[in-house]
Ligand binder design. Structure first.
Ligand code: COA
Length: 190
């Protein structure tokens, strides 16, 4: 699937030292997006703690930077130790950048990362009124099951291949190169 992103948007994996940037992004989500992201009303403290804790072992967080500011994120983490082939994902895009293809691009990267780590099933939960997330899940062939107030999207992943590993490696290489250039220009501006 072709990525169509806003100008100056860069998607790459976040590093462990970037928890502050991710926390900042989550705290900038408006009330409605926060509710959609976390399945209900959550306090700044809970969000700040989540932004810090989610960089635990085995979690992969992709971020979308626009003009150097982190405006969207996608988390991927194993669901439970005993079900090692299952993972869960969650996405967030700040309101002014919603509806510009960023969620689609982040989900595509997350699905590739899940596939390459041997996860066969990826779960993604959202509220029943979150039509945009459901449309996004359908676009990637998720099977949606509707429960009381929530919907769970299940994506089945193919087995990793040398080509799928290479695709991730190449996008990671591009991400590191752009991060280096961004750092250099920030240092020059300082
Ligand atoms: C849900 C979310 C991640 C989607 O990201 P996004 O960047 O806005 O999504 P995209 O621009 O890639 O669009 C996704 C699809 O939704 C469709 N869409 C947009 N608005 C819609 C609406 N009101 N109803 C139904 N579909 C809609 C788009 O047309 C697109 O489908 P298409 O490519 O087939 O046209 C983002 O809106 C968001 O962060 N929302 C708040 C947090 C959240 O809901 N997280 C999900 C729970 S984990």
């Amino acid at each position: 699937m072709q990525e169509v992103l806003p100008e100056n948007a860069v998607i790459r994996k976040l590093w462990i030292g970037e928890t502050g940037r991710y926390r900042g992004h989550l705290l900038r989500l408006d009330q409605e997006s926060r509710r959609s992201r976390f399945g209900g009303a959550v306090s700044d403290e809970t969000i700040a703690k989540h932004g810090h804790d989610c960089f635990g072992l085995d979690a992969i967080v992709h971020g979308c930077f626009i003009d150097g500011v982190l405006r969207a994120g996608a988390e991927l983490r194993p669901l439970a130790v005993r079900r090692a082939q299952r993972a869960e994902a969650a996405l967030s895009v700040e309101r002014p950048w919603q509806g510009h293809g960023i969620g689609s691009a982040l989900l595509q990267r997350t699905l590739l990362a899940a596939r390459n780590r041997g996860y066969r099933l990826l779960h993604m939960a959202c509220l029943v009124d979150n039509k945009r997330m459901q449309q996004l899940a359908r676009k990637f062939d998720a099977e949606l099951s509707f429960g009381f107030g929530s919907v769970v999207g299940k994506f089945s992943a193919s087995r990793p291949t040398p080509l799928s590993l290479l695709r991730e490696l190449l996008t990671d290489g591009h991400g590191v190169a752009t991060a280096m250039l961004e750092l250099q220009s920030r240092l020059l501006r300082a």
